[in-house]
Design a protein around this ligand. Structure first.
Ligand code: GLN
Length: 600
């Protein structure tokens, strides 16, 4: 018998392992299914609806159900699947979880992310432990039971203090895919078991407008919804994606064919900004319909809603208002040109544009093309440069050239994870004169492994040979640029995903040559942030320092993962402010900075 579960697999067909203490009716469920095709922005849709309800003071908990058999997203190629997002608890997951965290301004955990791989390994492990009491283990009820168990557990857990008012379930893929069929079945069962008014099913569909016809056609959308109904799921609400607003006639057809009243069919046409979606949904009455479907009116806190909406509107206003300043920031990457692979960086930069009142153009730089002779040309006109995270040696020498060029030419530089490591390698080679400095990831036999994998340290951290993943505290050096950027705080938390780090044996030498490790692990000799002092800085003896720079920083972590619309990550904000300063001069940038402080 499984601890905490009521396992009635032998004597009843209603096998459903309900977590102990679960109270039916306390938590409501909204499930979003994609039909017709993938890539419709299900995550953006679901997170916008969740935000609407959160703004009303409800406790919301999103769940992404992934169809793939990987246990987590750690092994997925960002080329194919978009970036790997990392949660504070170290979960490597789909980039949609980033969308939820940003939209809801809420930290998520492994409870908010499930893959088929996780479901099946749990089931098989249980089977090997004899937990199914001699019964044949089946897709229904056991696999679907495990899906329901996880949803209810998330509902009960809520934010760790109180249960969720609404669990938002996003089913990955498209209705009709083999791999998500059991998720749909599990949700059908869940709605049946939870009873009336417990669940709101939303079909997100797509209305095609063929160029040759020039008008919207609803057939594909109808068939898509029909497919969902064939699986036993009658949607309560239809959201239609399209390039233009859906015409009345098309809405009527869709309503009629899917048994959904017109007031519950919504046009989700393309918008200039995803951040206006929650308010537009509200104007269309989508939140009102969900509240009545789930009978949630009594839990609404109107004052909370007014305040949250005002804050959000302020952000949207700052973001979308016309800007008269623009900077160009270069970004190197193996996946150059592929935005999804760097989605969070893109977003973090966007958050800064709202706060600092400027536009930022991101220019992708293919690091493998760079040589000593052409690096200046490739970086010409850039006001700042980011070297983002990465694995493997491809393009590394090019990235080191980028660092050198930025350091020597006073171009604002921010290194993220691998970008932090190449900054250390560059400094060791060109300032310290350690010619063969490298990382053991790229050259295991190098003379000066300034970046290396340190097993003893890994043991201390208790992580074995695996990656160092998730949120860690970073202790900031008092008076450093970093501590200034982080509002004078002495300890902050950032998210990591790496295997290599600065070899402690080189720290003293690097620092003596002028590199400042301004953020460290509170207890271990793990270097987590670096910077060069700002121009005009003096040493302890009062003499001017040799190695200074307007903005040269790095983090062994991924600052993009903690950036939120209303709270841009300080390192990114610092980079964009420095880029502005480089382009427009000090006064202009200082004005932008104080505007951003006022706006925060
Ligand atoms: N490859 C490097 C490491 O494992 C950097 C990782 C990263 O950039 N996320 O440490």
């Amino acid at each position: 018998m499984l601890a905490g579960l009521t396992n009635r697999s032998v004597d009843t067909e209603f096998y459903s392992p309900v977590p102990e203490g679960y109270r039916k009716g306390r938590t409501k469920y909204v499930a979003v299914f994609g039909t017709v095709m993938s890539g419709l922005g299900k995550g953006i849709f679901a997170s916008s609806v969740a935000k609407l309800l959160k703004d009303k003071g409800l406790l919301v908990a999103p769940m992404k159900l992934e169809g793939y058999l990987n246990v987590d997203a750690g092994t997925l190629n960002p080329y194919r699947h978009g970036e790997v997002f990392v949660l504070d608890d170290g979960t490597e997951c789909d980039m949609d979880l980033g969308t939820y965290e940003r939209m809801l301004d809420q930290d998520l955990t492994r409870r908010n992310f499930t893959t088929s791989g996780q479901i099946f390994s749990t089931i098989l492990e249980r089977e090997r432990h004899g937990a199914y009491l001699g019964r044949d283990v089946q897709m229904i009820p056991h696999v679907t039971g495990e899906v329901k168990r996880r949803l209810r557990e998330l509902a009960m857990h809520g934010d760790g203090h109180r249960p969720a008012d609404v669990v938002f379930v996003e089913v990955g893929g498209t209705v009709g895919d083999y791999e998500n069929g059991f998720y749909i079945e599990a949700l059908r069962e869940l709605a049946f078991e939870e009873g009336e008014d417990s669940t709101c099913f939303v079909a997100l569909t797509y209305v095609i407008k063929p160029q040759t016809l020039g008008e919207q056609k609803s057939k594909a959308a109808q068939l898509g919804v029909k497919r969902l109904m064939e699986a036993g799921v009658q949607p309560h609400m239809i959201a239609c994606r399209a390039s233009d607003p859906i015409t009345e006639q098309v809405m009527q057809k869709i309503a009629m064919f899917s048994n959904v009243p017109m007031r519950r069919v919504f046009s989700m046409h393309d918008r200039p900004s995803i951040y206006t979606i929650p308010d537009e949904m509200r104007q269309d009455g989508l939140d009102r319909e969900i509240l009545s479907i789930l009978r949630l009116h009594e839990r609404v806190d109107a004052a909370h809603e007014d305040q949250s909406r005002e804050e959000w509107k302020g952000f949207v206003r700052r973001l979308t208002s016309p800007k008269n300043r623009k900077v160009t920031v270069g970004i190197t990457g193996k996946y150059a040109g592929l935005r999804d692979a760097y989605a969070s960086i893109d977003k973090a930069v966007e958050h800064c544009t709202a706060g600092l009142g400027c536009d930022v153009d991101l220019k992708w730089i293919e690091a493998t093309d760079l040589t000593d002779a052409n690096v200046a040309q490739h970086l010409a006109g850039l006001d700042g440069v980011i070297v983002p995270g990465g694995f493997g040696s491809r393009g590394v020498e090019g990235k080191i050239r980028v660092v050198r060029h930025c350091r020597e030419n006073m171009i604002p530089y921010m290194g993220i994870c691998l970008g932090f490591q190449v900054a250390v390698i560059e400094f060791a080679r060109n300032v310290l004169g350690l010619e063969d400095a490298n990382s053991t990831e790229f050259k295991p036999s190098c003379a000066h492994p300034v970046i290396s994998e340190l097993p003893e340290q890994k043991k201390i951290e208790g992580l074995g040979g695996t990656m160092r993943l998730g949120g860690q505290d970073v202790e900031l050096r008092a008076g450093s640029l970093m501590s200034q950027l982080y509002d004078g705080r002495t300890r902050v938390r950032e998210r990591f995903r790496h295997r290599y780090e600065v070899d402690p044996g080189y720290i003293k030498r690097l620092e003596a040559a002028g590199l400042v490790f301004s953020g460290r692990h509170p207890a271990q000799p793990i270097m987590q942030m670096l910077e060069l002092p700002r121009p005009g800085a003096t040493g302890l003896d009062g003499a001017p320092l040799e190695q200074t720079h307007p903005y040269f920083v790095g983090g062994q972590f991924h600052p993009e993962l903690t950036s939120r619309p209303l709270r841009a990550n300080p390192m990114f904000r610092g980079l964009v402010a420095a880029a502005l300063e480089r382009r427009y001069g000090g006064a202009e940038a200082a004005a932008a900075r104080s505007a951003s402080i006022a706006a925060r």
